[in-house]
Design a binder for this molecule. Structure first.
Ligand code: SF4
Length: 297
């Protein structure tokens, strides 16, 4: 529970105390829940370990989802990397495979950490854990990053429900990318301003993303979207470190996202009544699955 009204209020309070965002959040969480900061961090570590376990299990599995649409993309990437073929550096390869590994575990009903939602669960762990491995950041550093990421998600959720059914995928995968971007800037010891700028850049460059899942399942486009937005988050962090600023401050971006969510047709908010869900192929898949599952009843 963090009860700052908005990012600006948190930023000003942190500046007045000369603290990082995660330090403000862990202290506030400890005060509200009446436990120590150490205990707060232990709780975050439990989530961190669950994220690592999801990646570990996901990297080993090729099991498809019940629909058969998804489940083996991580294995395909790993196969490609075995041959030494990649357009990506080793670190970026890891980011992609960790994103697929985690979200594919979600399809298999494996244990994941919703961050902020199950459909967007691959983005934060992929970015933070893969990048931590690349720069030898320890678990304490990862906890700092996760608290930073969680703070970003919490503050967005003060104004905007984090659900595709309410505001489209901008509020699920978009927010996850902002959380990952801010957490990554923390990992590389960026300033609070850089953290919020990275989150702002990630959010505003995904604004308007619709939620149009094929057959109403959190699979297409969700799975691949996790991988794409993990890379998006790293781009936002890189820009923030270069001093490239979001012209629109993050609080105003969140207000705009809320407005966009309200203007978005309900057909584009998880109802599967438009977008990819109603393409020729999307409808065929949906009908085939309905027949298959009805015949089992
Ligand atoms: S497309 Fe919809 S269901 Fe899929 S991850 Fe985005 S918000 Fe969630």
């Amino acid at each position: 529970m963090i009860n700052y009204k908005d990012f600006q209020e948190l930023f000003e309070d942190a500046a007045s105390k000369n603290k990082k965002i995660y330090q403000m959040s862990e202290q506030r969480e400890a005060d509200i829940t009446e436990i120590s900061v150490k205990e707060v961090r232990e709780k975050v570590k439990i989530n961190l370990n669950a994220m690592k376990e999801a990646i570990k299990q996901g990297l080993k599995s090729k099991e498809k989802s019940m629909s058969g649409m998804c489940g083996d993309d991580c294995a395909k990437l790993l196969e490609r990397y075995k041959g030494g073929n990649s357009l990506f550096s080793k670190t970026y390869q890891k980011v992609l495979t960790y994103a697929f590994a985690t979200i594919e575990q979600n399809l298999r009903m494996g244990k994941i950490v919703a961050c902020p939602t199950a459909g967007s669960c691959g983005i934060v762990p992929a970015v933070l854990i893969a990048m931590a491995e690349s720069c030898d950041a320890d678990d304490e550093s990862l906890v700092n990053s996760l608290i930073t990421a969680g703070t970003i998600g919490q503050l967005v959720s003060n104004k905007l429900a984090l659900a595709g059914a309410v505001a489209g995928c901008q509020s699920e995968c978009g927010v996850a990318a902002a959380m990952a971007a801010g957490g990554l800037v923390q990992m590389y010891d960026g300033t609070n301003e850089q953290i919020l700028n990275a989150a702002a850049l990630a959010l505003k460059n995904i604004m308007g993303l619709i939620c149009d899942p094929v057959a109403g399942l959190v699979e297409v486009p969700c799975v691949k979207r996790n991988a794409f937005l993990a890379i998006h988050a790293i781009t936002a962090a890189e820009l923030a470190f270069a001093g490239i600023k979001s012209v629109i401050p993050i609080d105003e971006i969140v207000d705009a996202m809320k407005q966009v969510g309200e203007l978005m047709s309900s057909k584009l908010k998880e109802s599967s009544e438009a977008g990819l869900a109603t393409t020729k192929t999307g409808i065929e898949i949906s009908q085939k699955l309905a027949q298959k599952w009805c015949s089992k009843d």
